[in-house]
Design a protein around this ligand. Sequence first.
Ligand code: SF4
Length: 264
Amino acid sequence: MFIKTFSPSKYNTYVECNLKYRYKYIDYLKDEYNKGLSKDALQFGSYIHKIFEDGVEAKSVDELRRIARDLRGNYHFKGRVQDIETCIKHFFEFNSKLEGSVSTEMIFEEKISDDFSLNGIIDRVCKSKNGKYLVIDYKTSKREKTKRELYNDPQLLIYALAMSRMYKTPVNNITVSHYYPLTGNLVSIKYLPNQVNSFAKKIQDKKWEIRKKKVAQFQPKVNRFCDWCGYKEICPKHGATNREINEALKASKFGRSKSRGSKG
Ligand code: SF4
């Protein structure tokens, strides 16, 4: 299957489960096949991101609270009043200490070979007076990742690789981080150039792996995120029949009306 871009979520989806990748990026199925799945956490995360984006210049916590009130009606989740307040207070304190904001919600597309690009949206990029970059990804989960986990985080590796090419700066000038507004903590690391280079090679390997695959070869891989998968009800590993799968594929505007077992 042809592929010419990887975003962090596209890459992660492929690594996590090939069938999920197929449903999402080849068949363009909406991830609405899991009735037990609550969208509250996603909506809460989007809401907090939007407050931080619109409130990046806020001069007080009250101004952030006003922005939050104005936006609240656009997002659909229950409760979490105290969490919103905690995020706002922590963010105001954190944001006021950051220097040299280059961009919020920075959309990027960076070629890494003639026919392949990395793309995505980076929550925040700052540049210090001495030319060092700080890349921040806001995370609204309560569990923080460790530094060790960040060293193997494809999202941050993609950011480091794209940033170093976009700004023509060495990888060791770039600090990548997760900011957790619920706890107020920033977990940050720097990659060594060889870590980013070997990840770049891994990306090219995955690209070719996908390009060589026929659609029927995108197989399900049961993993710890299956309960949060928006395609669980059309997953053969979770009891879906060929008929159910075909119906979902037919209903998709772009989907293929073939079952997993058929040739694509
Ligand atoms: S439920 Fe699990 S195995 Fe099935 S498509 Fe989703 S991630 Fe893959």
